[in-house]
Design a protein around this ligand. Structure first.
Ligand code: ADP
Length: 563
């Protein structure tokens, strides 16, 4: 047994378009692993997107909350920062008013230089009495505006605190969107923010967040803003910003963890697939080896049946098949041995007699004539044997097609009885037929049934001693027609009964052969009943036998009646 080379030969002779078609295991691994990979890739993408969006939403919300808290701190009198922004606004308003006043004064100087010069001098030395004009009450000094040097650091402090809390950049803007303080950059670097969506929304009293590149760093940044309000008056805006990198980093860490878990799961599932497929493929490989060994003639091969699944059933079926093939082969061998034996005996007899006749020449014409008669008889026996073997081979190799029509077997039975009548008379056996003139129709090949009945009648007459009786009868039950051939012969011993339908089985060889030689039916080699059984079963019939030693034998052949 050369299993590997046979296996290679088998594999090579199969058309394999793809590498994995050569291995069931590879196909299973690819199927398992591929399915897991696709599922996990989709899952990872989906989870990654969800995680990123969740983180972004959370970051937007956090920024908006901090912007709201910072703006609240600036507008709530209890928070301690309440006055800072109001003071700044006041100072800013004052500065703008002063700048406007100086502008107006400057223009007046250009147009009415003299008068205005006098006025200026008066302003500068207002405690000096003016002789030409009536004394005017001193003007009320304007309230001292808070100094930016005090207010701005305090606002800066507010921005810094919230920037630290939120890990973000905080910019406080005035009601025009101009930067006042920034937690990260000098305000000279910061452009007016009034046009930015979150700032313009905050200036309308609402909150919004936005993602865009930062004007200073150019990096994609998340912005949120909240209005600083007193009553319905918008005093300014607190703007918070955080680089998207920070948001993405947190999400990325989680996504990376998910991807790592996914990769581990794919690896684990692939290993599992390898293990499962190996478990599944192992019995198939064992079966392949056993099948190849069987093909090479080893009919002792059996594979272990380890599971009760399809593979277990396949192994079981394989074992049954090998067993059946072994039995069939044994039967075939026995058949060939029997047939050879049956052929050899008459051939030997013929050869011996021919030699004797040749040696005697014309010396003993009587003995020569007897030998020639015996040679003829042996030749007849050989012919009968050859015919019986051919019949059997023919029946087994080419089972006849099921009959198309139903027939009445009564005429067939009467005809068979008529054929055997003379032989019965010659043997001194009384033969009677009790079959009615018509019988219910059955679907059979009539010529085959006639041959079977003739064989049974032949045996009955053959084995029944003179003075005995052979009866051919037919009866019907509700669903069966039964034909019986019974005799009052010696009967068949119970030990032999189970085997009389086997090929070459004879109860008494000498008697069988001797009786077979008496007529031209049956081989006398134990093939007659085997042929009868084949003929009956090919017509969906069933044959049974009952026998009592010393009393007789009864063969019954039954066929199903048409529904
Ligand atoms: P053969 O050609 O030797 O008769 P069969 O197959 O017809 O072979 O019969 C097998 C054996 O069954 C015979 O050898 C015979 O001993 C026994 N047998 C068959 N029919 C009868 C019968 N009617 N009465 C007694 N023995 C019978």
């Amino acid at each position: 047994m050369n299993t590997p080379s046979t296996r290679n030969h088998t594999s090579a002779s199969l058309p394999n378009r793809w590498p994995w078609q050569r291995s069931l295991q590879a196909r299973m691994i690819i199927a398992f692993g591929g399915a897991f990979l696709i599922i996990l890739t989709i899952l990872t993408f989906w989870l990654g997107r969800t995680v990123y969006n969740t983180y972004l939403d959370a970051a937007e919300h956090d920024l908006e909350v901090v912007a709201f808290l910072a703006s609240n701190a600036l507008e709530d009198p209890l928070s301690g920062y309440a006055n800072e922004f109001a003071q700044y606004q006041q100072w800013e308003a004052e500065r703008i008013r002063n700048a406007a006043t100086q502008n107006v004064t400057h223009e007046g100087e250009q147009k009415e230089d003299k008068v205005n010069k006098d006025d200026d001098e008066d302003d500068e030395h207002d405690e000096r009495p003016t002789p030409t004009l009536a004394p005017t009450p001193p003007p009320t000094p304007p309230p001292t505006p808070p100094s930016p040097a005090i207010v701005l650091p305090r606002l800066q402090g507010v921005a810094d605190i919230y920037a630290r809390d939120a890990n973000a950049r905080v910019t406080i803007l005035d009601r025009n969107g101009h930067p006042v303080v920034d937690s990260l950059y000098p305000i000279t670097l910061i452009a007016p923010q009034g046009a930015q969506p979150e700032v313009s929304t905050a200036l309308r009293g609402d909150e919004l967040s936005d993602i865009r590149p930062d004007a200073i760093t150019g990096a994609l940044t998340l912005f949120a803003a909240a209005p600083i309000q007193q009553g319905s008056e918008i005093l300014g805006v607190v703007q918070l910003s955080q680089p998207m990198q920070l948001v993405a980093e947190k999400a990325r860490n989680l996504v990376l963890t998910i991807i790592a878990a996914g990769v581990m799961a794919v690896l684990a599932s692939t290993l599992l697939a390898v293990w499962i497929s190996r478990q599944l493929v192992r019995p198939v490989l064992r079966l392949e080896q056993a099948a190849l060994a069987t093909a090479q003639g080893d009919l002792t091969q059996q594979v272990p049946v380890q599971t009760s699944d399809e593979l277990g059933a396949l192994a079981q079926a394989f074992n049954t098949m090998v067993g059946a093939v072994r039995t069939m082969l044994e039967q075939q061998r026995a058949f060939v041995a029997h047939a050879s034996h049956e052929l050899r005996t008459p051939l030997t007899n013929i050869k011996l007699r021919i030699e004797a006749v040749r040696e005697m020449g014309d010396e003993a014409p009587d003995i020569s004539a007897r030998y020639l008669a015996e040679i003829e008889s042996e030749a007849d026996r050989l012919t009968r044997l050859a015919n019986a073997l051919l019949d059997l081979a023919h029946l087994e190799s080419r089972p006849s097609a099921p009959p198309a029509h139903s027939v009445d077997l009564a005429p067939v039975l009467h005809n068979a009885a008529a054929i055997m009548q003379l032989r019965a008379q010659t043997a001194g056996v009384m033969m009677e037929t009790t079959a009615p003139p018509t019988l219910p129709p059955v679907k059979v090949h009539p010529e085959q049934i006639e041959e079977a009945v003739l064989n049974l009648l032949d045996n009955a007459i053959k084995y029944t001693p003179a003075g005995g009786r052979v009866t051919l009868a037919a009866s019907t039950t509700q669903d069966h027609l039964t034909v019986t051939v019974s005799d009052t012969g010696p009967g068949i011993p119970p030990d032999d009964l189970p085997y009389i339908f086997d090929r070459f089985y004879r109860v008494d060889k000498a008697r069988s052969r001797a009786r077979g030689a008496q007529n031209d039916m049956g081989s006398g080699a134990g093939l007659g009943l085997a042929i009868v059984k084949q003929l009956v079963e090919q017509n969906q019939g069933r044959i049974t036998v009952e026998s009592m030693l010393g009393q007789g034998t009864n063969f019954a052949v039954s066929f199903p009646l048409m529904a």
